[in-house]
Design a protein around this ligand. Structure first.
Ligand SMILES: NC(=O)c1ccc[n+]([C@@H]2O[C@H](COP(=O)([O-])OP(=O)(O)OC[C@H]3O[C@@H](n4cnc5c(N)ncnc54)[C@H](OP(=O)(O)O)[C@@H]3O)[C@@H](O)[C@H]2O)c1
Length: 319
């Protein structure tokens, strides 16, 4: 098959590799499309010490080779028995196991879910990792309630494009931040009621002027202190990324006086993934596809992700 593999030094090659051999409990999926995540950049940079060469990619949708069923792949493998957190065996497709930037991938059969019929192949491939992360952050961790107000940081992010639409579907009022006025306008098209440019305005003052928010969805990391400041008393801040930096210093007294919660989250359990699929089935929204490129142009897609010009998900067509 053809695949995109990362070699030592982060070199990407589009090359012919052996077809995957399914192990016990695994099936082969003929991929129609795959999608990028920030994780692919980190894997390429060598942040995680996986054996190389490695087929990149966590997200994909395609056809089960054994049954012909149209499926979307849950990239979280071996979540474990607890809904509270993933267990020690938890792994993500695309490192250490070979991923979806390929014509074929071998995955555990239990990780395959029916492709929602109303989604195109590109939209279905865009859904899994970012979609389940947003779903768990909002509903599993923040326990978002109808009528609450949510602030989603960085409207252009893949996860944010799901967080906005899922929160709106859940009956929340959604506010967003972005570095781009154009992205703020696009977030409003997805259902956000208002937005602020964090590059040119004091976004904390902006949120506080509106009476604060019940929930902040923060994938930026370095923004934890500011995100907490935006919360109403008793509010929840859900965190799962470090796009802006891995360190944050928090003022202790305001935190407990206001009885805030800071909640870590990581992708999602199989139950979260089933919930995400059900949300798609019951909703009218679609994953936001920034652009689609042929598999061999994965390097160009990764460059666009790195540069941050995208809005939503970057997709590769695999066949
Ligand atoms: N823990 C998990 O399970 C998990 C799962 C998925 C993702 N993540 C992490 O979550 C983060 C987002 O992932 P993604 O795939 O959605 O990434 P992405 O599509 O690459 O999102 C990047 C976006 O982050 C926003 N951003 C950067 N600095 C910001 C700042 N200072 N303030 C506000 N927004 C800022 C920008 O939005 P604008 O362009 O709108 O300014 C940028 O476009 C990454 O760090 C990723 O590693 C973690």
């Amino acid at each position: 098959m053809q695949a995109i593999r990362v070699h030592s030094g982060g070199e990407l090659r589009y090359e012919t590799v052996p077809d995957p051999e399914p192990g016990p409990g695994q099936v082969v999926v003929e991929l129609k499309a795959a999608a990028l995540n920030r994780r692919d950049l980190l894997v390429r940079e060598g942040v995680y010490p996986y054996p190389l060469p490695l087929v990149l990619g966590s997200d994909g949708a395609g056809v089960r080779r054994d049954t012909g069923a149209e499926v979307v792949i849950n990239p979280g493998v071996h979540w474990g028995p607890s809904e509270e957190a993933s267990g020690p065996e938890f792994e993500i497709l695309g490192g250490p196991d070979h991923g979806t930037f390929a014509e074929l991938v071998a995955v555990p059969a239990e990780n395959l879910f029916p492709k929602p019929a109303r989604l195109s192949w590109e939209e279905a491939a865009a859904l899994p990792l970012a979609g389940v992360t947003a779903y768990r952050a909002l509903f599993g961790r923040a326990r978002l309630r109808n009528g609450e107000r949510v602030l989603v940081l960085g409207a252009g992010s893949g996860v944010s494009s799901f967080a906005v639409q899922l929160a709106v579907q859940g009956g929340a009022e959604v506010l967003v931040t972005s570095s781009s006025d154009e992205k703020l306008a696009r977030a409003r098209e997805l259902g956000a009621t208002a937005g602020v440019n964090y590059g040119t305005e004091d976004w904390v003052a902006w949120a506080k002027d509106r009476g604060g928010v019940d929930v902040v969805i923060d994938s930026v990391g370095s923004t934890w202190p500011q995100s907490l400041e935006c919360l109403r008393p008793g509010g929840r801040c859900v965190v799962f990324g470090a796009t802006g930096g891995t360190d944050a210093q928090l003022p202790v007294r305001p935190f407990y006086f206001a009885q805030w919660s800071l909640l870590g989250t990581r992708m999602g359990s199989p139950a979260d993934f089933a919930g995400l699929i059900a949300a798609v089935e019951h909703g009218a929204w679609c994953p936001v596809v920034d652009s689609v490129r042929p598999l061999e142009q994965a390097a160009e897609a990764l460059s666009r992700l790195q540069d941050g010009g995208h809005f939503g998900k970057l997709v590769l067509s695999c066949s």
